[in-house]
Write a protein that binds this ligand. Structure first.
Ligand SMILES: [Zn+2]
Length: 93
């Protein structure tokens, strides 16, 4: 089990899954397909071709995480900027 990459989420997901199921549901169908497709392409790729495939997967993964994070913020009903300000406050000495 690894922890969910969406900020503030304490959820966990099964090995091999990108994020917790709750957040995965926030990701659009198109982006979910991109994640699966790029991951399969990476797994099928020859060793010499893997770094390019991994880069493509990471782009899709980051997009999925960004979508889930944005949806989570909408559900929280807080302004993302407001959250950033609050987060920055926590970093003040
Ligand atoms: Zn989560």
């Amino acid at each position: 089990m690894t922890s969910c990459p969406v900020p503030g989420c304490a959820g966990t997901q099964k090995t091999g899954k990108l994020m917790c199921l709750r957040h995965w549901r926030f990701v659009s169908d198109g982006t979910q397909k991109e994640v699966y497709r790029s991951w399969r392409a990476f797994n099928r790729a020859a060793m010499s071709d893997r770094s390019g495939k991994l880069a493509a997967y990471r782009v899709a993964r980051d997009k999925a995480i960004a979508e889930a994070t944005r949806e989570q913020q909408l559900h929280d009903g807080t302004d993302p900027l407001d959250r950033m300000v609050k987060a920055a406050e926590g970093l003040m000495p």
